[in-house]
Design a protein around this ligand. Structure first.
Ligand code: ZN
Length: 220
């Protein structure tokens, strides 16, 4: 089989990465997924991702990178820090783990090259840009070049959600026939509550706003 038809999806078990997993299943003949144990508070995240991979019938590999420097401890990795309430626009949220996607992509690239997989798929996007610099298209383009040069292997990084807002991401899940699977089996909530979540943290607020917007648009 041509190696171009293989893809590795970076899967966190959230709405976005889970949706692109099913997108990848439609686009590529062979799909695998990879997750990262980076010392996050909610180990549930890895179980949820594993569950989604099982539903999608793809292999899920967990890379152990639980040695992020202490300076990067934040609300996602430290129990001592609470997630900030509400959505603010002037500064990155305290859920930012500096350089996380670059780290993830590097691990993913090493793993993918070993398996002769050229395509990496990520659920990042800059439409609902929440202050994460490593979700921007400019970063992804740069990372694609860097990991290709670093490994002497031609990688393509696919980001089907780059220009989609949350409502459009729900629409994509619906078009892929997995809206309920995504709604009921993914974890987006910063407080570690599966499916519709706590309803109060920034991630839940964005997720619900998008879902309501999409569901409303299908009624009218
Ligand atoms: Zn929440």
């Amino acid at each position: 089989m041509n190696s171009n038809s293989k893809a590795l999806v970076l899967l966190s078990g959230g709405q976005d990465s889970s949706t692109v997993l099913f997108w990848a299943k439609k686009k590529f003949a062979q799909v695998e997924s990879i997750g990262f144990n980076y010392g996050q508070k909610h180990k549930l995240e890895l179980e949820v991702a594993s569950g989604i991979a099982t539903i999608a019938k793809v292999n899920y590999y967990i890379a152990e990178i639980s040695t992020l420097p202490d300076v990067s401890k934040n609300a996602l990795t430290s129990s001592a820090i609470d997630v900030e309430k509400g959505v603010k626009s002037d500064a990155p949220p305290n859920t930012l783990v500096e350089g996380r996607n670059l780290l993830f992509l590097t691990y993913a690239a090493i793993y993918a090259k070993k398996k002769h997989v050229n395509n990496l798929v990520m659920g990042v996007g800059q439409t609902d840009y929440s202050g994460y610099p490593d979700c921007r298209n400019e970063f992804i383009q740069s990372a694609q070049q860097t990991i290709s040069l670093a490994t002497d292997f031609e990688f393509s990084i696919h980001t089907p959600l780059m220009w989609k807002n949350k409502a459009e991401t729900w629409q994509l899940a619906d078009e892929l026939g997995v809206l309920n699977i995504i709604r009921e089996n993914t974890l987006t909530c910063y407080n570690g509550i599966i499916a519709d979540g706590c309803g109060k943290c920034p991630a839940c607020i964005l997720r619900k706003r998008g879902l309501d917007e999409y569901l409303d648009s299908t009624i009218s």
